[in-house]
Design a protein around this ligand. Structure first.
Ligand code: ATP
Length: 919
């Protein structure tokens, strides 16, 4: 009787030293994999194939870290001074503010982290496993010991595997061993005491397949993998610090020193010029320092980025590295793959050309309904109308290559619909063979040379039923023609007619068809493996012309990019003619555009490439290493380059680009790891949306900062002027804290939710580098500070002059500051146009919620007795609200006038559309 499975029986000791069959037997599985039921049972026993999340710092430590900030030190210092002076009420208010600030920071950081963690979850890996005898895609987390998994170049090995098959399999194990040269893998058992790097018969979880193909049986999952033993999940997108936040941290420190310096000067002037009492002066200096410090700034930047990144994920662009959001907004050139990104990657064979005839194939997609109709053949006579029946010998051999030198399958679902498992190009060929009733049964695959985007071909070694063996090759026609000596004519082998094939390739590709070729070579019966060197003296069999329709939305997106001042370049492995035809069709390049092929590019020096790189929009027949040269050449012109990629070899180019973008569906794990962004839908249109989002996020950051700074500016100005001129302080230090806090919790986050400004994709890219707000904007901040500060002093001294209590006048001054900020928030909603429009009332609900919250807080501040004690505020009469309200409207209008002047100056001094300067 079979013993029940237990967790212990699902572990194998030293699987690398056992034979593949022993491992299979031990794990009670077969080379054909597990059944779904068995896999589920095993999953229940061993748990999901996942590494533990990194241990988070305890909540208390994360909370306390919010006190670890120069700005907060000053607050705490102020509290200590207040305590020494015996001013316990102020001490507690300051402490409360410091604590509330930390609470807000803690909550916001939690939200930001959660947003990023959610995004990370969208990138969970898949594996191709064999279940119930067929290949299915399963979540890597669901793999169990005993599952049979296959590996392709670029895959991240999903679990520890004992290899069952390895075709020129090479795996980069740097993640595990630190060894950067990929190790070759075989199925032969290794020494029992071999180190991790020498276990040639194993593929380890987390390492990356750099070439070849393989299959293996899962021997360890989750924490029981080699990598699980040494580390927990890496926490990539989790880092919240970006160059921008660091830049602002630095700014904060400089500001602190300046503020402390000014406070000292203020102390001296007050003491020696006006002979003010020391207590009062200390209070004023503390008030000044507290007022001038924009303590909410770092949190604001982090949360704005995190909210933006979350919204971007909703539009299928998943951010892996937060700092890249900043670069995204300033992209000037997008280099895009063709297949799948610009086109749909839904391939159908449309034409077949053999040495003796030419055929049209009907039908579309992966449903094998359609016919192969001869157009011309056997002497050039059109033979249309001759349908059905067994296909001729010339067609039969081409279709045999189509189906045998192929790893894809088309399968019919329960609903009768056909779907593709595998690569679209191969799916198209499979379907074409099915349309010609060529199944390929009776032939056995003995060896394979997997497709590689550098070689641009794939070959298999097949054995026919009677025992003869042949190499079947398919791939880029130019690559196959180079390797062919003869072609298969009506009466057998004849000399290769290169001119005829060149003409046929040009004809097919000028229609935008993707052209692939077939060839073969008989080999000795004993031959067991194939290498690239074996692919010589081939017999050329013919061509397939495959349609891959452009994505209609990508055509619009290209046009949008052009309006936004962003160049789009196509970098494809496909044929020059095909690439150009599609580029033309999609509006990416003009009819007379130049194409640079990989071979031509190789002949250029980097200097020469630099000279032409900006003018060439279509790069064809490129290999992944050409992408790096193109990126470097573009970058040497100061371009900010976004580069897409999918294959394992694209990773270095993505790393080199300013913004690396990996394909979510078609892309390999290796590429995703190198990328800053992953496109969940592989669609070029998503890149356009992501750039627009990047611009929006950056705009909102600038808006938030330009909004926040005058709060501090106005308050510190009020205190500075009062002390320097020896006047009564219009606002005390605890009141300053109050205003800072209410604007921080309410208004300052509203702009993070601001939608994109009109015409965000009609202006040229922002220059990269440089400070986030420039001198002109700083000037703007100073003027607005003067306006709000001036209004506050006006209210205070005006009200005091009428003989009203100082406390009441201060309450009104605080109201003025709060309402002035509120009015200014509406100015900041639109930086590149006037806010004197009804649009200012629409489009961002958060603005209204935060306005409401601010007013409620102000009412509490003014009328609740407890607050009156704490902040020395006093209830105001209804009419007392009138002056601050009227002045706030005045501030709004004045700032609009200022914006208009700046817009006018910017459009006269800057080249058309350089809108950065207008804000
Ligand atoms: P892009 O670079 O825009 O994604 P691509 O799919 O043409 O375009 P590659 O995948 O590098 O780029 O393919 C390069 C060439 O290799 C193709 O144009 C085709 O001729 C050939 N090719 C593609 N897939 C296969 C395959 N599965 N087997 C054999 N040859 C292939």
């Amino acid at each position: 009787m079979m013993q029940p499975l237990t967790e212990a029986r699902l572990t194998v000791a030293r699987p690398w030293a056992l034979s593949a069959d022993e491992v299979l037997a031990h794990l009670e599985t077969q080379a054909t994999g597990l059944s779904t039921g068995d896999a589920e049972k095993r999953l229940g026993l061993v748990g999901p194939n996942r590494l533990p999340e990194p241990v988070r710092k305890p909540a208390i430590v994360r909370f306390l870290s919010h006190f670890n900030d120069t700005l907060i030190y000053i607050l705490l210092g102020a509290a200590v001074i207040k305590a020494l002076m015996g001013d316990w009420l102020d001490f507690w208010v300051i402490m409360a503010v410091a604590i509330i600030n930390a609470v807000i920071g803690y909550i916001q950081e939690g939200r930001a982290e959660k947003a990023l963690a959610g995004i990370r979850g969208m990138l969970s890996a898949d594996a191709s496993a064999r279940r119930d005898g067929g290949w299915v895609t399963v979540a890597a987390a669901d793999l169990v010991p005993g599952d049979v998994v296959r590996l392709m170049p670029g895959d991240k090995v999903p679990a520890d595997l004992r290899l069952l098959q390895a075709f020129q399999l090479r795996i980069d194990e740097a993640a595990l061993t630190g060894e950067s040269v990929p190790s070759s893998k075989t199925t032969d058992p290794a020494d029992a005491d071999a180190g991790v790097g020498d276990r040639g018969s194993m593929a380890f979880s987390g390492t990356i397949v750099s070439a070849g193909q393989g299959r293996g049986v899962v021997t360890g999952t989750g924490t029981l993998t080699e990598i699980g033993r040494i580390q927990s999940l890496s926490d990539e997108a989790g880092a919240l610090a970006t160059p921008l936040t660091r830049q602002l941290d630095g700014f904060g420190r400089v500001l602190t020193v300046v503020i402390l310096g000014m406070a000292a000067v203020m102390l001296m002037i007050g003491r020696f010029l006006h002979g003010m009492p020391f207590d009062e002066l200390i209070s004023a200096a503390i008030g000044f320092a507290v007022a001038a410090i924009p303590e909410g700034l770092p949190a604001l930047v982090t949360i704005t980025l995190a909210i933006g990144v979350q919204q971007m994920a909703k539009h299928n662009a998943i951010t892996r590295k937060l700092p890249a959001v900043e670069a995204l907004g300033s992209v000037t050139t997008v280099c895009s793959d063709k297949t799948g990104t610009l086109t749909k990657n839904e391939m159908t064979v449309r034409r077949i050309v053999t040495p003796v005839a030419e055929y049209e194939v009907t039908g579309l997609g992966y449903t094998p309904d359609g016919e192969i109709i001869p157009l011309r053949g056997h002497g050039g006579e059109p033979r249309s109308g001759e349908r059905g029946g067994p296909v001729g010998g010339d067609l039969a051999v081409v279709l045999a290559v189509a189906t045998l030198c192929n790893d894809a399958h088309v399968v019919r679902g329960d609903d009768g619909a056909w779907s593709l498992v595998g690569e679209p190009t191969e799916g198209a060929l499979k379907v074409a063979a099915m349309k010609g009733s060529i199944g390929g049964s009776g032939s056995r695959r003995v060896g394979v040379l997997p497709f590689d985007s550098a070689n641009k071909l794939m070959a298999t070694l097949n054995e026919a039923t009677e025992g003869s063996r042949a190499i079947l090759v398919k791939g880029a026609p130019d690559r196959l023609l180079e390797r062919s000596l003869t072609q298969r004519g009506a009466d057998g082998a004849e000399p290769l007619d290169v001119a005829k094939w060149d003409a046929a390739i040009a004809e097919l590709s000028s229609q935008g068809l993707r052209v692939l070729a077939a060839a073969r070579r008989p080999v000795r019966a004993g031959t067991g493996t194939i290498t690239l060197d074996d692919l010589a003296d081939l017999e050329f069999l013919g061509l397939w012309g495959i349609v891959d329709p452009p994505r209609p939305e990508a055509i619009d997106a290209i046009a949008d990019c052009h309006t936004a001042g962003i160049r789009v370049k196509m970098i494809t492995g496909d044929h020059a003619g095909t690439a150009l035809a599609i580029a033309h069709e999609m509006g990416l390049a003009g009819a007379d555009a130049e194409v640079l092929t990989g071979a031509e590019l190789e002949a250029l020096s980097q200097e020469q490439l630099k000279d032409v790189v900006r003018d060439v929009d279509v790069y064809a027949r490129t290999s992944p290493e050409h992408k790096i040269r193109i990126v470097r050449a573009l970058q040497s012109h100061g371009e900010v380059v976004a580069m897409t990629g999918d294959g394992v070899n694209d990773a270095p180019a993505l790393t080199r680009a300013d913004v690396g973008i990996a394909m979510g569906i078609k892309g390999t794990e290796a590429t995703k790891e190198a990328a800053e962004f992953v496109l969940a839908d592989d669609n070029f249109a998503t890149i356009r949306s992501a750039i627009a989002e990047g611009r929006r996020i950056y705009d909102n950051l600038r808006k938030s900062i330009v909004f926040l700074l005058p709060t501090n500016g106005a308050q510190s100005l009020v205190i500075l002027i009062a002390v320097v001129f020896g006047l009564t302080l219009p606002i005390t230090s605890v009141q300053v804290l109050w205003v800072n806090m209410v604007t921080a919790v309410t208004l300052s986050l509203a702009l993070a939710y601001e939608p994109a400004e009109r015409g965000i994709m009609k202006r040229p890219p922002r220059g990269s580098g440089g400070p986030i707000i420039d001198r002109r904007e700083l000037g703007f901040v100073v003027i607005v500070s003067l306006l709000i500060g001036g209004a506050t002093m006006g209210v205070f001294y005006g009200v005091v002059a009428t003989g009203v209590d100082v406390e009441i006048a201060r309450t009104e001054a605080v109201l003025m500051l709060a309402l002035g900020q509120l009015a200014y928030l509406f100015n900041c909603r639109f930086m590149s146009r006037s806010s004197l429009t009804f649009d200012v009332l629409r489009g961002n609900r958060v603005v209204w919620w935060s306005a409401l919250a601010l007013i409620v807080l102000q009412v509490i501040y003014t009328y609740v007795p407890f607050m009156n004690v704490l902040f020395e505020s006093r209830p105001l009469s209804a009419t007392a609200w009138a002056l601050p309200i009227v002045l706030s409207i005045g501030i709004f209008l004045a700032v609009e006038a200022l914006k208009a002047v700046m817009r006018a100056r910017a459009s006269s001094s800057a080249p058309a559309g350089a809108l950065k300067a207008t804000s």
